[in-house]
Every structure is written in structure tokens, then in C-alpha cells.
Write a protein that binds this ligand. Sequence first.
Ligand code: FMN
Length: 325
Amino acid sequence: MFKIRDVIIEPPLVLAPVAGHTDSLFRQAVKGLGGCGLVVSELVSTEGMTRHHARTHHLTHFVEAERPVSIQIFGSDSARMAESAAMVQEMGADIVDINAGCPVKKVVKQGGGSNLLRDLPLLEKIIKEVRKAIRIPLTIKIRSGWDRNSINAVEVMKLAQDCGVEGLTIHGRTRNELFSGKADWNIIEKVKRQARIPIIGNGDVFSPEDAARMFRETGVDGVMMGRGVLGNPWLIRQCWAHLSGRPVTKTSLKQKANFMKQFLQRVCQDAPPPVALGKMKKIGGYLSKGFPQGARLRAQIHSAHSIEDFFAAMEAYLAESMPAE
Ligand SMILES: Cc1cc2nc3c(=O)[nH]c(=O)nc-3n(C[C@H](O)[C@H](O)[C@H](O)COP(=O)(O)O)c2cc1C
């Protein structure tokens, strides 16, 4: 357990923000499986929020069962960031998180995301204005630096904590590394060792053993998981069992397939058909990793033209390929 001011994170395991995946439905599903102490929304544009774009309503939506919930905002205009943070507080979120790690070109070009790691005066201005605009806890998510020659996570952490940030997540890759190579956990350990605020470590935790190793090697207060959970929604629950000394129950393919069907049915109820179909293809792609002849299923669902096609392909695959248990 750790706390971000008065927000109790128990267990100390966090579902990462993953744009296009970790919406309220997915977060509810993961939270429902157990072991998850904090969920973070996908990044939400502060341009969109302050201009009242309809899409941002969906992105900021959460339900009580998800609590504690953190809403992540991104942008480069400090006034819009502050206004958006106040809106997030008004919505009743527990934490506001500033995105200073997103490597995507469109975000960086507009000055936000990981661009803030190479523009510390702007980052400082944003943090100070956001801090002034809200009473609830403020956190930040960063990468280790812009590139290998400018790793500055410790400096960024110190700046952030001096400006009133109350928790920091670090993904141990630079902006330019995107998702290549291995996350550098040494920089996570360095940041943790010098911080007064709670630190959440992130990057390449794909198994309960990885999570235990990250706690052990870096001393972090919490561990955040992203891609691992997309392929295995039980990952956080399994990590918690392992960390508590309980046996880890492996998920059977059948359980995974059932989860996939039930979850995808909820996606269809929640969104208009074309949006739901796009989401289902993405989520189905991740969830079917490890299925026998999963590539065949992925090819079929990717070419589905309708929700009916999608489910027909899935049912046919399951009937043919799932071993009887
Ligand atoms: C498709 C995708 C979308 C992501 N979207 C976000 C986002 O909205 N905000 C954010 O802070 N990080 C985002 N991330 C980064 C993850 O939160 C996490 O830092 C990264 O995937 C490393 O953790 P992992 O190895 O457990 O996946 C995204 C990652 C992926 C793969």
C-alpha cells in the first residue's frame, strides 16, 4: 500500500493509461478481476476539453467502481491545462495526472507529452498553474528523458516535487526509444532513491515475477502495467497473488475466450457500431495473443466488416480451435 496524499493505493499495482484501450469499460473489467489499486484514464487533450469536444466526454468518463481514479491530461498551453485540471476535479476524479511522456509525433509537435522533458521552463509553468487550479492530488507521468544523451528524469522529478507534484510515474525509456529495446530500470531506481514523493515504476512488466523484480530492484512504491494487461487482463491480479505469497492461478484459454466474448459484447453496447468494431479489432488482437493459431483468428477478425462478422469469426474459431477442458 502507498498513498498519494490521502488517496490510498492498495494493492500498489496500477493499470497504465493506454490510449484506445483503457477506457472506463476496460478499467472496470480489470478492476473487477482484482489486485488493481489505481486506474488512470487514457490521455485527454486539454485543447479538446476546453473547447468542449464531444469525444473528451467519453475519455473522461468513469464510474464509482473504478475508484481511486486518475484522469490524465496533456497539452502545452498552461492556461488550458489548468482549466482542464479544474474540470477533472469538478468531475470528481481522485487525482489529476500530467502526461509528460507521450512520444507520439502529433502530441510532441504541439509541444505536449514528452516534449515537456526537453522544455523544462514550460513544464514548470504548466505544473505551477495546474497546481494552483486544483485542490486534489497532482501526479505526473514521464519517460527517462528525450533521448539517450539527455536523460533527465531525476532533474524532472525534483522540479516536479518542488512545484507540488505528489506522485510520479516513470517509464524507463527515452522518447526516442519509443517502445524499442528494454526499459531501463536503473533510472527508475535512481529517481526513487532521490525522491520524497511516491514513485511508480513502469516498463516491461509482463509477469508476476517481473513485478516482484521491479519492486526489489528499484524500491518503487508502486508498479504500473500496460501492454501486459492488454494481452492478459488477469496480470495485475496474478501479480498481487504472487506478491502476497499466494499461488498464482494461470488463466485458461477458455477463460480468456469467455472474457473476450463478454467484454466485446459490452463494447458493442457502449459505442456506435463502427467505433465498437474498431475497438473490438484492437482489443481482440491483444487478447488473442497466445491462442492456438491465434494469427488465423486475428486475420479473420481484422477483415470483419460488421460486428456480426466479427462474432461469427470468433465463434467459428472457438468451436474449431479451443481444446475441450
Ligand atoms: C498503444 C499505447 C497507448 C498508450 N497511451 C498512453 C497514454 O494515453 N498515456 C500515457 O501516459 N502512456 C500511454 N502509453 C504508455 C503506457 O502507459 C506505458 O507507459 C508503456 O506502455 C510502458 O509500459 P508497459 O511496458 O507495461 O506497456 C501507451 C502505450 C501504448 C502501447
